[in-house]
Design a protein around this ligand. Structure first.
Ligand code: N01
Length: 541
């Protein structure tokens, strides 16, 4: 169905077995599985169509930096064989087209009501059911609620003074206009230098009269080395896709099994070998730069070799030495999410592009004609907020979720999210989160992650039905222990050493807690053990 076809506010089923919130890759597959088991499903989706993150993020240059042959569903061998990707890394329109194809092929849209944002969910203790309400005034009761609401789905909009005074156009990369934006002849500002900025800046610069980038923290970026997909590689993978998937699931991040990766220490390599290896991985492109040596993510001394290699690349690319130095990150490489780009640093050699450092003098306010930092006013026709997301918890906490005894999720998580397995939280029975905080989620291939979660939840509900169970909730000690495990795994890495969104550090006032679980294979093993032990750590009624 086209997006226009989804704009009708259709009638909903008032009492169902399961409500699924979100029609991104997670919600689509979850709803498909539940229906196959003959459960009644009511889906709600805030957007006008399927695709989740790929529905909203339509900014120029938006593409996935997990390779196309890996960033796709694996539940249907036929789908896997039929779909053709055109580039090594797929661009947003192609991924959205894939999501729409899946929705049509498996008749998924009929289960969802679109343009409908869930505003609250309250657990009714006496009936063991959830009452789910929407901003549009719908009300549904369900035994189970599955929050497939995405990890990066609530925009982080800085609360600048005068934010509504600017008379030009403003955009957030995560809510880009569907018809695109024509920046021709315009003076444009981009605020932020994360992945979204790094992908969009080169293209905005080609179109705009002038582009000024406001940078608070520089970021490491490796050339994506994107290109048309290699058809012989596609044929090889398709000839044995199951084996390819299985090997990828054994990787820490559930992708990259065939990428070059080395198991030795950079500290033991000669200077020539270090340089050669880093060059090789830079030329390979993208995330796998960090596979040049085994200890880059673990040891600060080792990490500094990789960091300095990238800084030297920036110094070699960017002609103005002062700009180059401003673009050189000082933090640990890989601590914030590594970016992959096409011509990002080169863009600063253009005459129409300038960089303003706001690390010491933050943006003070917006004015009718632009913005002010360090006492200077910069004038623009358009401002792009590439300022990221209230990650992992933002969307869940924006809904009014009330569990047993009317306890609010916002109160329970006031000092940071607490879950068992990133799937459930004590006091909120029968409410599941897909790729919730405490699961590998954003540190793994997201489509592999949502499929694993959907399969797990589906199996758990089938088991509950067989056992005559109507209520499932984690046990307190199991949740406490899991929170510790997630925390300890992050402490063994360099992740806690910088202000990343993994820690909630990008949102003023958000508790500083490392949210994802590091290591997809260990996670899957642990969940399989728990299932084999009749869902150990869960209480049932
Ligand atoms: O957001 P970000 P993003 N004043 O949070 C700055 C995924 N993704 O949308 O670093 C000035 O990374 C902020 O500065 P600082 C991917 O997981 C994937 O770019 O906090 N600046 C930062 O520079 C990614 O990591 C893909 O100091 C302010 C920027 O805004 C995640 O989404 C593509 C500010 C935000 O960067 C988020 O990426 C795109 C302020 N008040 C995204 N507030 C691919 O797969 C914030 N900033 C390719």
């Amino acid at each position: 169905m086209s997006e226009a076809g989804n704009n009708q506010h259709t009638s909903i089923t008032p009492e169902v077995d399961a409500v699924v919130v979100g029609a991104g890759f997670g919600g689509m597959y979850m709803a498909h599985l539940l229906r196959a088991r003959r459960l009644t499903v009511q889906g709600f989706e805030r957007g006008g169509g399927v695709g989740g993150t790929w529905y909203w993020n339509r900014y120029p240059g938006c593409r996935c930096d997990v390779e196309s042959m890996e960033y796709s569903y694996q539940f249907s061998p036929e789908l896997q064989q039929d779909w053709e990707w055109s580039e090594r890394y797929s661009a947003q329109p192609e991924i959205l087209a894939y999501a729409e194809h899946v929705a049509q092929r498996f008749d998924i849209e009929s289960m969802f009501q679109f343009n409908t944002a869930v505003s609250g969910a309250a657990y009714e203790d006496e009936h063991h059911r959830w009452r789910v309400t929407t901003e549009q005034g719908d009300e549904v009761t369900a035994r189970f609620v599955i929050m497939a609401t995405g990890c990066l789905s609530t925009a982080n909009m800085p609360d600048f003074e005068g934010v509504n005074e600017f008379s030009g156009a403003t955009y957030h990369t995560g809510a880009w206009p569907h018809d695109g934006v024509d920046f021709s002849g315009k003076r444009v500002a981009v605020i932020g230098t994360g992945s979204s900025a790094i992908q969009s800046i080169p293209l905005i610069a080609q179109q705009a009269a002038s582009l000024t980038v406001f940078q608070r923290t520089p970021n490491y970026s490796i050339p994506a080395q994107n290109r048309p997909i290699d058809q012989s590689m596609v044929a090889d993978i398709k000839a044995n896709y199951d084996n390819f998937r299985a090997r990828n699931k054994l990787q820490q991040a559930a992708f990259g099994a065939d990428y070059p990766r080395n198991m030795d220490s950079v500290l033991e390599a000669t200077p020539e070998e270090r340089q050669r290896r880093f060059e090789e991985h830079w030329n390979y492109g993208g995330f796998m730069f960090m596979g040049a040596f085994a200890d880059l993510g673990l040891n600060p001394e080792a990490n500094e070799y990789a960091a300095e290699f990238v800084r030297n690349k920036i110094r070699g690319i960017v002609q103005d030495p002062a700009t180059a130095e401003l673009l050189c990150p000082k933090t640990v490489i890989g601590c914030k999410r590594l970016c992959a780009d096409t011509g990002y640093f080169e863009t600063y050699n253009r005459d129409n592009v300038s960089l303003v450092d706001v690390s010491e003098h933050p943006i003070e306010r917006l004015t009718p004609s632009g913005l002010v930092t360090n006492g200077n006013e910069y004038k623009f026709d358009a401002i792009v907020f590439a300022t990221g997301f209230d990650a992992m918890t933002g969307t869940l906490l924006a809904m009014d979720i009330k569990g047993q005894g009317g306890r609010r999720l916002t109160d329970k998580w006031s000092a940071g999210p607490r879950t068992y397995l990133g799937l459930m939280t004590v006091g909120f029975p029968n409410l599941f989160m897909m790729t919730g905080p405490g699961s590998p989620s954003v540190l793994a291939n997201m489509i592999t992650g949502v499929e694993q979660h959907a399969d797990y939840i589906d199996a758990m509900l089938a088991w509950a039905a067989e056992q005559g169970i109507t209520e499932i909730t984690p046990q307190q000690d199991a949740e406490d222990e899991w929170v510790e495990v997630v925390n300890m795994r992050s402490q063994a890495t360099l992740y806690p050493s910088c202000n990343s969104w993994y820690l909630g550090a990008n949102v003023p006032g958000k508790p500083r807690v490392f949210m994802p679980y590091i290591g997809f294979p260990d996670y899957v093993t642990r969940l399989d053990e728990i299932r084999a032990a009749s869902y150990e750590g869960f209480a049932t009624a």
